[in-house]
Design a protein around this ligand. Structure first.
Ligand code: FES
Length: 62
């Protein structure tokens, strides 16, 4: 989730995180190693693509 900065975020433990960037990405997947900011860890946890349909070969029923 992109947010216009500067921004200060209050974390669950009561601490705050501040960014003075003009745009910052907040993590919404909870996989980041530097909360609350997105560190692109979400990219490594995508599900593999669905297997593609394989048409039957000649000689198979159907
Ligand atoms: S949205 Fe969680 S790491 Fe990017």
């Amino acid at each position: 989730m992109l947010v216009e900065g500067p921004v200060e975020v209050e974390l669950a433990d009561g601490s705050t995180a501040f960014s003075d960037r003009s745009v910052v990405a907040l993590c919404t997947c909870r996989r980041t190693r530097r909360p609350p900011w997105c560190d692109t860890s979400h990219r490594a946890h995508r599900l593999p693509p669905e297997p593609r349909f394989t048409p039957p070969t000649a000689g198979e029923d159907g």
